[in-house]
Structure formats: structure tokens, C-alpha cells
Design a protein around this ligand. Sequence first.
Ligand code: SF4
Ligand code: SF4
Length: 207
Amino acid sequence: MSTTTGLGQSPYSVQVGVPAAVLKAKKVRRRLDLTLWEKLYVAEIVRGLVITSKHFFINMLGFIFPPAGKKRKVFTVYYPEEKLTLPSAYRGRPVLVAHADGSEKCVACGLCEKMCPAHAISIVAAEKAPGERYPARYTLDLGRCVYCGYCEEVCPKEAIVMSDEYQGLAQGDRNLLRFQKEQLLRPEGKVKTRLYFVRRIYSKWNY
Ligand code: SF4
Ligand code: SF4
């Protein structure tokens, strides 16, 4: 199933038959001032408990008494057998974008390295030709990364983007979370949805 975002078909397609609307937040709250009722806190805590309990019982009863002819009614994904294709707003593993010939788009300007608040990026720049820079080494330490997306935001070449990859990010050995350029490169087509998304978001905020 899929829906359209104004930039063509894609983003919210889901593999397990869960309607895309389920994944979208129903309401974004812009007002920051608390009402008197909210300032009492206890009432809000009780309201939160009611909402959480409601979802718990709906899920549990959905398993015990599934609708006739259906496996289940509730929104539950049997990971890892089932996997979701996540919305384009999701920030997973940062990856480097490759040209069609497989070479990196990155020009080793160093902005992402400078901007990264977790010091997760390390670049060794070199020149292919006079004035034509490229990253001879590009190391991303995902044990430090906080998935803020600043590297993606600051990059002038759309050479690094937050992908929808979330597997393999929990390891017992931090050394396994240090990725080199060759491991990070992805074809542009694979991250196209995210590229459309960031173009729209950043132009919206008039950067
Ligand atoms: S997502 Fe944030 S923390 Fe992770 S590499 Fe990019 S700038 Fe650094
Ligand atoms: S990924 Fe982008 S910001 Fe980082 S060094 Fe390469 S071109 Fe510069």
C-alpha cells in the first residue's frame, strides 16, 4: 500500500498491509503554553495511563479474539519476519550517496565533520585532480552518532543522507559500528525518497 506526498509516489508504503494513515501522527501540537488543567499534572498523568492501558488492552484482546476470518486486527509487526518500509521522515543510519558510476558525491568539504555534535565523522581529504577533492577515507562511528541529521542538513552536495536502515545498529562491540566509505555508499536511487523529503523540508524552512 502506498500514498502520495506531492513529490510523486512512494514514501509511506508498508509491506505488511497496515494502512499508511496508521503510521502518521494524527496531530502536531504547536502550542507550548500549558493550560491550567495541564499544569495540575496529576490529571495528565492519569490521562496518559488511560491511553496506554487502552492500547494495551486493544492489542491483547485483538490477539485473543481476532475478527472472523482475519489473523488479527491490531497493529503489530512480527519483526524480524515482517518489516516495515518506514516513512521518509525516519532518520536511520546516515549513508553516503553515490553517483551512477559508483563514485561518491562527497567532495570532502568537511562541513559534516565540523557540524557533527557527536564527533562521529572523520574525513581524510585528497585530490583526484587539481582542485577536485574527494574523501580518501570517510569514517562514520555509529557508536557515537545520535541520528540528529545535521550532517545531512549541512551537506552542500546531497552527499550524505539519513537512510531508513535500522538493522545492525546494535552490537556488542563498538568497533563493529565504525563504518568506512565503502560500507556507507548507496546508489542515489536507493535514497531517492529521503532526498525528495529533505529538499521539501529544507526549502520549507527557507534555508
Ligand atoms: S546524524 Fe548527527 S551525530 Fe550522526 S553523523 Fe550526522 S551529524 Fe553526526
Ligand atoms: S558528505 Fe557533504 S558535507 Fe560531508 S564532507 Fe562530503 S560534501 Fe562535505
